[in-house]
Design a protein around this ligand. Structure first.
Ligand code: SAH
Length: 257
């Protein structure tokens, strides 16, 4: 699906930006880069800025005109840093992503078209596009770096694609670990903790087993109110273990939580 969304860069002057665009695209799962009459390409600077995405540069298609870049496309979206005088359907990046996904979902091919660093796209080039896309930046300073603008749009495309695929937007492993840690402790784990707490309090001399008074029942009431999670329980147990070691004069070991 994402392979049917191409990024078209018109007349880019800085090779570093071409590399930055390749990297931005690959991060978001896009692979098809088309360069219209780039000033310098290929170049070491582009490869350096692409980092691990130089495969996109190697496969990039270099053409002479925007028309050639758009061959086979069913929809073209042209980006602009400025408000244009020409009245045209204007989208924000999220709406742009939704048009992209609808199009490729229906078997079409889409082009996201980006302009020159110094002058953007000409009106004639913008009029070749079905929609215009503007990133709602501060009007006082509206122009983003080319690769940054590509990153914003391709990020929205990725978010829309993940939603369309029913894929999570959070890293599953971390989420699972976080969920596990947030689980409430069970009563049996709590009992083990109370046992550990009591023996530690005896060891440090805070609790006299001959005259325990109501200390443990008061502490039970305190911890019982706290809805302790598994992670919090691990922390408490870790503190008790280290306290016991300190009482026994054993060396302290830094714990990773
Ligand atoms: N001086 C140019 C700025 C070009 S920035 C101008 O005024 O048009 C280079 C390219 O990055 C733009 O052609 C566009 O493709 C993209 N870009 C930069 N800022 C953008 C924004 N706020 N919204 C959409 N695209 C933007």
């Amino acid at each position: 699906m994402l392979q049917n969304i191409r990024v078209v860069l018109v007349n880019t002057s800085h090779p570093g930006n071409i590399g930055g665009v390749a990297r931005a695209m690959k991060n978001m799962g896009l692979s098809r880069l088309v360069l219209v009459d780039p000033e310098v390409f290929p170049s070491d600077e582009a490869s350096a800025r692409a980092s691990g995405a130089s495969d996109l540069l190697e496969r990039a298609q270099v053409v002479g005109t925007l028309e050639e870049a758009l061959v086979g496309c069913t929809v073209a979206l042209g980006t602009s840093a400025r408000d244009r005088q020409i009245p045209w359907p204007l989208l924000d990046p999220r709406e742009c992503a939704s048009v992209c996904l609808d199009q490729v979902g229906a078997g079409g091919e889409v082009a996201l078209v980006f302009g020159r660093e110094y002058a953007g796209l000409t009106n004639a080039e913008l009029q070749r596009c079905h929609y215009h896309v503007h990133i709602p930046s501060d009007p006082e300073f509206s122009s983003l770096n080319l690769a940054t603008a590509v990153q914003v749009l391709t990020y929205e495309v990725r978010m829309a694609w993940l939603a369309a695929q029913g894929k999570p937007t959070k890293m599953e492993k971390l989420e699972a670990a976080a969920e596990q840690n947030a689980q409430p402790v069970t009563l049996d784990e709590l009992e083990l903790f109370y046992g550990h707490l009591e023996s530690t309090l005896v060891q440090v001399g805070f609790l006299d087993p001959q005259r325990p008074r109501h200390l443990m029942s008061r502490l039970r009431r305190l911890f019982g109110r706290s809805a302790i999670s598994k992670l919090e329980m691990n922390i408490l147990r870790g503190i008790l273990t280290e306290t016991q070691k300190a009482v026994r004069g054993e060396p302290h070991k830094r714990r990773e939580l």
